[in-house]
Design a protein around this ligand. Structure first.
Ligand code: NAD
Length: 466
């Protein structure tokens, strides 16, 4: 769908008009293309003083694999971690050199005084971040501390990161990654995602990386040899998910309803995937998926993307609209998961990724049915994550919660509401289906074993439910 305002402000006259009127100034976001370097610019890394160097060391090892150009402040203790990783960091000069990534290890922040180091690191370079730059803070999950000072200081980082996401503009995103002690090696896939253009429309997020099987992957094709099923794959976000998973090496089984036959076949032919025609609300949906999985030699991931809206205010909503949305968006997912887990259809270390929505987090006018279903998806992910954790078979479940994504679903929204939805976020624009797809590919990766029970918003840090 075209974003005429977004195109207009890219022109010099458009930029002037928007600036003078105080209107939003969205920049064209950088997006990942195959073969591209993950970090396209230099990285400034820093670390809060303290004994624990384990997170800095893990980050330094990844930066060394990415062959990133790394800078560090002259007096920063991060240097020893960089030395160990074989990185000779460049000193930060007092000029206007700009950075693509600002990465700060705040794991040693244990009290309010320590928080000052976060201010000092970022304040000096707040104007020196490139367009589509990345701000990343690493910390420890506050709930892991008995000490109140330590817990509050780590929790405080959330407010910092979310505010940076709102302030920096120009396509710059900010995230906080809480890493459990001992799970440092599991940050690999997460750091690669957040430092790159793959996370273009993800901002202001807090992600928890925990223990979980750490699987080595070939980073050029991390999903190679994996079979992954995507529901609602014939168009929109589902089509994009199928394409990105295939690009990363997966064999994709695309599922959709019979009347999407033509579109689904076209997409699957292009990807050399398998088309599967099933209504996910049918009683035998689980069996049909299991048969297709068996024929493909097992299933390594299922992406529950299919979903619908039937908007009406509650007073005007008939029973059918309520039932249809709850059945497709929520009940079918719970039923299919139960079948797949009870019948051991999923391979060891399988990934389940659900598609929720920010409506499920914030609620939305005219969407009681939809918001109920999407909030239920979050409940399903939380409860299933706990179950999977106790099973010890490497499986994980996570969800994405998209905001305003340019698809036929959002094209149906009346103009004024659509324009408001598109601009009411820190990036002042709608996201693209590929932004959701890239996020799902990260969560579905065999290398993401440390991610379980996360709900990651793909919403440009929407004001809704923020
Ligand atoms: N577009 C957005 O802005 C947005 C925002 C938040 C969440 N989402 C969610 O993202 C997902 C994809 O949305 P989209 O915009 O691509 O929608 P879409 O309408 O373009 O695609 C949905 C797909 O699901 C399929 N589907 C519907 N009912 C089905 C059923 N019973 N069985 C099998 N397949 C079925 C449809 O045929 C279609 O191919 C949905 O879950 C939606 O709720 C979208």
């Amino acid at each position: 769908m075209s974003d005429r305002y977004g195109d207009f402000v890219q022109s010099s006259i458009g930029k002037k008009v928007a600036k003078n009127l105080g209107l939003p100034l969205p920049v064209e976001l950088e997006r990942f293309e195959s073969g591209q370097r993950l970090v396209r610019g230099s990285v400034l890394i820093g670390r809060a003083k303290g004994d624990d160097q384990s997170l800095s060391s893990a980050a330094a090892n990844i930066l060394s694999q990415l062959q990133a150009e790394v800078f560090a402040n002259a007096d920063d203790s991060v240097k020893s971690a960089l030395d160990d990783a074989g990185i000779s960091a460049k000193p930060v000069a007092d000029d206007d050199t700009k950075f693509k990534v600002l990465l700060f290890d705040a794991s040693n922040v244990k009290n309010t005084e320590d928080l000052k180091q976060v201010y000092e690191f970022f304040h000096k370079v707040a104007r020196r971040v490139q367009v589509s730059g990345r701000v990343i803070v690493l910390g420890r999950p506050p709930e892991a501390f008995d000490d109140i000072e330590a817990a509050l200081s780590q929790r405080a980082l959330e407010g910092f990161v979310r505010s940076v996401g709102k302030e920096f503009k120009r396509g710059i995103t900010a995230q906080l990654i809480y890493v459990a002690k001992g799970a440092e090696q599991n940050i690999d896939s997460t750091l690669r995602f957040f430092t790159s253009a793959r996370s273009a429309y993800v901002s202001g997020q807090v992600v928890r990386v925990g223990a979980g099987s750490h699987l080595e992957v070939d980073w050029t094709q991390p999903l190679k040899g994996k079979t992954m099923l995507v529901t609602g794959a014939s168009r929109g976000i589902g089509e994009s998910i199928a394409k990105v998973l295939a690009r990363e090496g997966a064999h994709v089984i695309g599922l959709d309803v019979e009347n999407q036959k033509g579109d689904l076949k076209t997409v699957m032919d292009e990807l050399k995937g398998t088309a599967l025609f099933v209504d996910i609300t049918s009683n035998d949906a689980g069996e049909k998926i299991a048969e297709a999985a068996k024929a493909a030699g097992g299933l390594d991931a299922i992406i529950h993307n299919a979903g619908i809206t039937r908007d009406k205010t509650l007073a005007n909503m008939d029973e059918q609209k309520w039932d249809l949305v709850i059945n497709i968006n929520l009940a079918s997912i719970a039923k299919i998961n139960r079948y797949l887990l009870d019948n051991n259809v999923l391979n060891k270390d399988a990934r389940i990724v659900c598609v929720s929505s920010i409506s499920g987090i914030a609620g939305n006018m005219g969407q009681t049915n939809y918001a109920t279903s999407k909030a239920g998806v979050i409940g399903l992910v939380n409860a299933t994550a706990k179950q999977l954790e106790s099973k010890d078979n490497g499986m994980t479940i996570n969800a994405v919660a998209p905001g305003f994504i340019e698809t036929s679903m959002t094209e149906a929204i009346p103009f004024a509401i659509r324009e408001a939805g598109r601009r009411m976020n820190s990036l002042s624009q709608g996201g693209l289906p590929i932004d959701v797809a890239e996020t799902i590919a990260w969560l579905a990766s065999p290398a993401s074993g440390g991610l379980n029970g996360n709900i990651v918003r793909v919403c440009g840090q929407s004001l809704l439910g923020a």
